[in-house]
Design a protein around this ligand. Structure first.
Ligand code: ZN
Ligand code: ZN
Ligand code: ZN
Length: 396
């Protein structure tokens, strides 16, 4: 179907030493935030620190990081070898602690932590941080085995770590963006007219993987009036000549997400051109994105980046039709900190990565959105998505 121009395997690797560095930085933050320990269940926080890839399940799997002493990777026996193979463990920075099927894993964790003298002195009064993605069933078990201990979200520690991307992460975000760009270009070339949104969505998913993603995560295809619904699920509607299609697609590459949107105009064989209003709105959205990206630099508040996009659209009288924030951070999760939204005043820093995705949606008629991933550099923002942002009028 495609040439499969995905990145070579070596480009996709994160060296083991990087995980040890991340853990060391994490321990400093754990101390600074006065957590007795932080417990990370299966999910992006765990992947970030260990390299462990998996799905959460009923068996407890967690990285236990006390404020001092050894770090334990507590896993069910059947996953011990998988845990041993993670780069963090291979780097010698954590010790695998397997538990048996007949054992109470939460008690094992409680015993490890009390062995780390977390019941003595100041640590006895400090909370235990829990990753946002640890299932409630596990949290409740941990609370049961450690009565009297306060539990708090570990989000503030993990957010501080994860929202500043290191060079391996920006490289992977760039590879993912390029793979998504090639997919957008291929889909825009057609055929589109007469096909259902769902068919095109399936083709997008296949291409995202062919182009180098591990997984296709989403493939929004909103045609005609459906383009006015920002998170439209691709359905049975057949794409017609003389209407726009919003393509909002993404997947993960070595865990790092792509997320890009292009709105194309399908002219069909008869060459039905967009009217002036559509062109005007398209230009407004593109200009809003350009201004927001141009506003990006270290020290600026995310809400100012949002305002840069919003002022153009509001100034033209379409403010009420720009119904969502300008963007979201991206990394191991498609939506993470920092959020580019009014009220977020925490200054941008070099290394932060986020979407810039203004849109205008006219209910019952059509909508336009253009989305790029932008990385904040030392002095300015750089878009990782490089596919054409001008209005594409395609035969389809
Ligand atoms: Zn979205
Ligand atoms: Zn998107
Ligand atoms: Zn997005």
């Amino acid at each position: 179907m495609t040439t499969g121009s995905g990145p070579r395997p070596a480009a996709r690797l994160i060296p083991a030493a990087r995980y040890a560095e991340r853990l060391a930085a994490g321990r400093e933050l754990i101390a600074a935030h006065r957590f007795a320990a932080v417990l990370l269940g299966v999910g992006p926080d765990l992947r970030y620190l260990t390299g462990f890839v998996g799905d959460p399940m009923e068996r407890l799997t967690l990285l236990a990081i006390p404020q001092g002493g050894p770090v334990w990777f507590v896993v069910p026996r059947l996953e011990a070898s998988k845990a041993e193979a993670t780069p963090l463990v291979r780097a010698g920075a954590a010790e695998v602690v397997p538990f048996e099927e007949t054992e109470d894993a939460a008690i094992r964790v409680a015993n490890l932590l009390s062995g780390a003298r977390l019941d003595d002195g100041a640590a006895a009064w400090e909370p235990i941080g829990i990753s946002d993605r640890l299932w409630a069933m596990h949290v409740l078990e941990l609370q049961r085995t450690m009565p009297g201990r306060r539990f708090e979200p570990a989000g503030k520690v993990m957010r501080d770590l994860r929202q500043i991307k290191d060079s391996d992460e920006t490289r992977l975000l760039g590879l993912a963006a390029a793979a998504a760009d090639r997919t957008v270009d291929a889909i825009s070339a057609g055929p589109l007219v007469g096909r259902t949104e769902a068919e095109v969505s399936r083709e997008i998913r296949t291409r995202l993987v062919d182009e180098g993603h591990d997984l296709a995560e989403f493939a929004i295809v909103g045609s005609g009036p459906n383009s006015a619904s920002p998170h439209h699920d691709a359905g049975d509607r057949r794409i017609r000549a003389g209407e726009p299609v919003v393509l909002d697609i993404g997947g993960s590459l070595s865990g790092y997400m792509s997320d890009t949107t292009r709105t194309i105009w399908v002219a069909g064989e008869g060459g039905i051109q967009p009217d002036l209003e559509f062109r005007r709105i398209y230009d407004l959205v593109r200009e809003a994105g350009n201004l927001a990206t141009a506003a990006v630099r270290p020290g600026i508040a995310p809400e100012q980046v949002d305002a840069a996009a919003r002022s153009v659209i509001t100034g033209a009288g379409y403010g009420e039709y720009f119904t969502h924030r300008t963007g979201h951070g991206i990394g191991l999760e498609v939506h993470e900190d920092p959020y580019i939204v009014a009220g977020n005043t925490a200054p941008l820093e070099s290394g932060m990565a986020f979407s810039v995705e203004p849109g205008i949606y006219l209910p019952g008629r059509w909508g336009v959105r253009i989305e790029d991933i932008v990385v904040c550099g030392e002095t300015a923002g750089t878009a990782l998505n490089l596919s054409n942002r001008d209005l594409r009028v395609v035969r389809g």
